[in-house]
Write a protein that binds this ligand. Structure first.
Ligand code: ADP
Length: 442
């Protein structure tokens, strides 16, 4: 039995006992009246405490908790403890929240928290600067009203969180922002913005430098190459040393020319002022041409097959796609020993389509595969040189595919061969009725 019941029963028993003692002395009426008076006093005592509780509940603070008697004292003490605990966890929570806000405010990156309907819930001062948000005014506002950029809106709607988006000359200034969307919680999102103006500037200087050097080298190299080839062709020299070194000089000069050409191609692809041309590209025809080029390159040393399984065209730049595909084909021929096989294909895969080149060549160890598209990354430097490689081919392929929202897939096994696939998304495929439209708008 708990304390409240015990105490109540004791009070009732004592009152009843007092009534029983009084009964023989003062009669039944007096005894029952005394008992009733005690009960009434008890009820009044409880009512008074109840009134105190109700009055306190209007503004409940631990400092103003009423003092009670008996069981009410226990109840008030329990309420006091409860309220103190609640106060403590509230202050801990608000300290944590303040810490979080202070950390968010100290962040060098902009941070915006969006709710499930892409409305701003909170942002830090850096995000206010980057996006022109006013925390006092814009909380609850949809982010797309403030960050007016079609690709940003499209990524938000498509929940595309893969790549950060680069916003150049943002809001009419020199500012370049890199904006990343990060999903969290149920359907909330974080927008993280970073000022990459300086990084972009350094990158532009680097790109311009390479482009300029390559450009400057091009003319002298063409002249040099031309003369060397003429001398080599006419066999004009009686000098033995010169006769032996001339083919080597021609070879090296041509190699330098290829390098310069590849560097210029990369610079062009990277240049911000070179948007992708969107023209209808007849891939089946292009692939057939590449097949004939491969036959010429191989000069009968390999078995080369062609498999065009679909007649889809692509929307894109024909010269770029030709360059990317021909790089893959020439690599397959160059890295496949004589009598090996090379299979070229164009077919539907999943939602999109894939241009693939499979070879039975030397293959690549798995640890090299992730690095193949880096500039000048070569598994076997001497073999690449011997076969006329520059080490830039796959870097060019990757750039071109990126510009077409395509990706490069590489599967390879040393000693057994490789398969390079350029996988295009369905949005790039052109049904026959759309080919004319792209041609007109392109
Ligand atoms: P390179 O001009 O040296 O061929 P690439 O950028 O085209 O440069 O290729 C990078 C490296 O990837 C090559 O040096 C080679 O080691 C490897 N590679 C590319 N294609 C193949 C292939 N089909 N089989 C084996 N190795 C390949």
């Amino acid at each position: 039995m708990n304390g409240i019941w015990r105490r109540a029963l004791v009070v009732l028993a004592l009152s009843a006992l007092a009534g029983l003692i009084l009964w023989p002395m003062a009669g039944a009426v007096a005894a029952l009246s005394a008992f009733a008076a005690i009960l009434l006093a008890l009820v009044l005592l409880h009512l008074r405490h109840l009134a105190m509780l109700l009055a306190w509940l209007r503004n409940p603070t631990p400092e103003t908790i009423p003092q009670g008697t008996g069981a009410w004292d226990d109840a008030f003490a329990a309420l006091y403890r409860l309220l103190r605990q609640q106060r403590q966890s509230e202050s801990q929570l608000s300290a944590t929240l303040k810490d979080f806000q202070r950390a968010g405010e100290a962040m060098p990156d902009g941070l915006v928290i969006l709710d499930e309907a892409d409305r701003i819930e909170w942002c830090n001062p850096r995000a206010e600067q980057h996006f022109g948000i006013d925390r006092g005014r814009d909380v609850g506002q949809s982010i797309t009203y403030l960050v007016r950029h079609p690709q940003f809106a499209a990524n938000l709607q498509a929940q595309n969180y893969s790549e950060p988006l680069t916003l150049r000359q943002w809001r009419g200034t020199d500012l370049t922002l890199s904006v990343q969307l990060v999903p969290y919680g149920d359907r909330e999102k974080l927008v993280i913005s970073r000022d990459v103006t300086e990084l972009e500037r350094v990158e532009t200087v680097r790109r311009d430098f390479i482009a300029n050097v390559s450009h400057e080298l091009r003319t002298p190299l063409t002249v040099l190459c031309g003369f060397l080839e003429t001398i080599a062709d006419t066999g004009a020299s009686d000098n033995e040393l010169l006769r032996r070194s001339l083919p080597l000089m021609v070879d090296q000069a041509r190699r330098m020319q290829r390098l310069v050409d590849d560097l210029l191609t990369l610079s062009r692809l990277e240049s911000a002022g070179n948007p992708l041309r969107e023209e209808p590209v007849n891939v089946p025809d292009l692939v057939r041409t590449l097949y004939h080029d491969a036959l010429t390159l191989s000069a009968g040393k390999h078995r080369i097959s062609l498999n065009v399984e679909c007649d889809d065209w692509l929307a894109g730049a024909e010269d770029e796609l030709r360059s990317a595909f021909s790089n893959l084909v020439s690599n397959a021929v160059r890295y496949t020993p004589d009598a090996g096989e090379v299979a070229i294909g164009w077919r539907r895969e999943g939602e999109g389509a894939v241009f693939s080149v499979r070879d039975s060549g030397i293959g690549i160890e798995p640890r090299h595969i992730p690095r193949l598209t880096e500039r000048f990354y070569r598994v076997d430097r001497s073999r690449s040189r011997e076969t006329g490689g520059t080490g830039l081919g796959l870097a060019i392929v990757k750039h071109i595919l990126n510009r077409h929202q395509a990706r490069l897939e590489v599967v390879s096994e040393p000693g057994r061969g490789s398969r390079f696939g350029a996988v295009f998304p369905v949005q790039r495929l052109l049904a026959p009725e759309h080919r004319a439209q792209v041609a007109q708008s392109g």
